[in-house]
Design a protein around this ligand. Structure first.
Ligand code: G6Q
Length: 549
């Protein structure tokens, strides 16, 4: 669908006019004058609850935003994605991570291929393999059960599995220790190899293309390390692959029998649901892995069926778009109040920024507005003691997504109430702030003189009126984690549709890769390079000199 430039549309212009007034709104007042704000600006779906009432938006704002989503074709594009149409236009591919979590037996054919049957055939193999490793039936070359699993992968082949294994810590197998090596920096691999025993370690080489330089080097290093301690014939007990590239897996020396396949219609950053999630299934067991898929599927069904005005991913996308586009928020902070979600902000960084960090439309014209904000974050309450200062009193308004579970998965007394109290208190403080009058009254109560009070007032005043969302679940379980990831996947999708950008490619990753190859050969070359700028030439010469010494 050829869409008009976003800012030229009547729907966008109506929002721009409306935003002119909204810039002066105070959320405190919005809450005071509207008792129905909380019930109206909250939504439940797939075991998650979203409260988006602490945004500088009212009922009219939401209507205008939903109208914009409608006119940009969000519903049609969503249906095209689920149907397997080739909506990844620059790579001419379908985008079917949703098919990875479809229940068995649902009809979906792409290019004549029965996608559902293919997906479930691989899931069946994952079940057999993971059961065997977990119950001690899969033995290392000296007859001992596996104790350590090392996932070697990077980007989408690392961030999702690592985040999910940490998030589901309470569901993990007590014997299996999970490790993730991603960085080409040898310190990453070195740290893991120092901890594991070749007799009881299983390496998963996880790479969609099986050509990614970092992963290939790490896999070769692991292979050499292993072969220094065992025979070539022992490799099949200790190395498996997850990939779409059977030939490359075979040439690496892994029997395709030990390869778990997936398909080109699974984007790297959307691949935790595929065989790339093998490490997750090993850690938590196939039953819980399936529960994660089911949680995501429940969110898919909601996204497909709920009207746009009551659709959780659509609403999250729209308030994010509003903050970015009209209230000048150039970043989005993610604050999970759950230590097990410590890698969730990093996971979302890739999901959102690699998908929507684009500057041209699907048809190649420059985008006429800002696109994806910078996504970053850290767990609460730690973040409160680090950078929340800037969020409260800095000069840039930064929206925050709070994420919390109402019930803990531990039974240590006192902690969870303290955690939730902090989470809710922060969301209230960002919204309300603290007025000059309130500061004066407080300081007067503390016995300060009038002069002292006036000196302190500017420092102790909080402007407030800072937007946030609150995402709650009962407990962090495989199902709610699945729903949470799917929520953000669909949110990202909706924003990409509104901006009309190609959310499913990542050409921006290429340039650095090509240059790194050239520099890598120069670092070991005899002649000092002259072809770069003086800074890059100088850095290469320095690194060469350090290696010679
Ligand atoms: C994700 C990106 C990227 C990719 C890695 C690893 O969407 O495509 O992060 O996942 O570059 O790629 P391989 O799995 O092919 O090694």
């Amino acid at each position: 669908m050829r869409l008009p430039a976003l800012t030229s549309t009547a729907a966008y212009q109506a929002l721009a006019t409306h935003a002119h007034d909204a810039r002066d709104w105070q959320m405190r007042q919005l809450f005071q004058k509207d008792a129905g704000r909380f019930p109206r600006m909250t939504v439940d779906a797939a075991g998650l609850f979203l409260d988006y009432s602490k945004n500088r938006a009212d009922a009219e704002t939401m209507q205008l935003l939903v109208h914009l989503a409608r006119t940009r074709g969000v519903a049609e594009q969503r249906d095209a994605m689920f149907a397997g149409e080739k909506i990844n236009v620059t790579e001419r591919r379908s985008v079917l991570h949703t098919a990875l979590r479809m229940p068995r037996g649902k009809e979906l054919k792409v290019d004549g291929q029965d996608v559902n049957a293919d997906v479930h055939a691989v899931l069946d193999r994952i079940k057999v393999f993971t059961d065997k490793v977990r119950n001690g039936g899969w033995l290392g070359h000296t007859g001992k059960p596996i104790t350590d699993v090392v996932n070697i992968g990077i980007g989408g082949s690392d961030l999702g599995p690592k985040m999910a294994v940490l998030a589901l810590r309470s569901f993990c197998h007590p014997r299996l220790k999970m490790h993730f090596v991603s960085n080409v920096d040898g310190h990453d691999m070195d740290a893991v190899l120092g901890q594991v025993n070749p007799e009881t370690t299983l390496f998963i080489v996880a790479s969609k293309t099986f050509t990614t330089a970092e992963t290939m080097l790490n896999a070769q290093t692991a292979r050499s390390w292993f072969l220094g301690r065992a025979r070539e014939a022992d490799l099949p007990r200790h190395f498996v692959a997850v990939s779409t590239n059977t030939d490359a897996v075979r040439s690496f020396g892994i029997d395709p029998e030990n390869m778990f396949p997936f398909w080109d219609w699974v984007g790297g950053r959307y691949s935790v649901w595929s065989a790339i999630g093998l490490s997750v299934a090993l850690a938590v067991g196939f039953g819980y892995f399936q529960a994660m898929l089911e949680g995501a599927h429940a969110m898919d069904e909601h996204f497909r069926e709920a009207p746009l005005e009551a659709n959780m991913p659509v609403l999250l996308a729209l308030v994010g778009f509003w903050n970015r586009e009209f209230l000048g928020a150039s970043s989005l902070s993610i604050a999970p109040y759950h230590q097990d979600l410590s890698r969730f902000p990093a996971y979302l960084q890739q999901l959102d920024m690699e998908s929507n960090g684009k500057r041209v439309t699907k048809t190649g014209q420059p985008v006429d507005t800002a696109t994806c904000p910078v996504v970053w974050g850290e767990c609460g309450t730690n973040a409160q003691h680090a950078y929340f200062q800037l969020l409260h009193q800095g000069t840039d308004p930064t929206p925050i997504d709070f994420i919390a579970a109402l019930r803990a998965t531990h039974d240590l007394p006192g902690h969870h109430d303290a955690l939730l109290a902090n989470c809710f208190a922060q969301s209230e403080a960002f919204m309300k702030g603290k007025t000059e009058e309130e500061v004066r009254a407080e300081l007067k109560g503390a016995g300060l003189s009038a002069a002292e009070i006036e000196e302190m007032v500017p420092h102790k005043t909080f402007p407030g009126n800072r937007p946030s969302n609150m995402i709650l679940m009962d407990q962090l379980t495989p199902a709610t984690l699945g729903a949470l990831i799917a929520l953000y996947e669909h949110k990202t999708f909706v924003q990409g549709v509104i901006w009309n950008i190609a959310s499913f490619d990542q050409w921006g990753v290429e340039l650095g890769k090509v240059l790194a190859k050239k520099i890598q050969s120069e670092l070991v070359g005899k002649v000092d390079p002259e072809s770069h700028d003086s800074s890059t030439n100088g850095l290469i010469v320095m690194a060469k000199a350090a290696q010679i010494e």
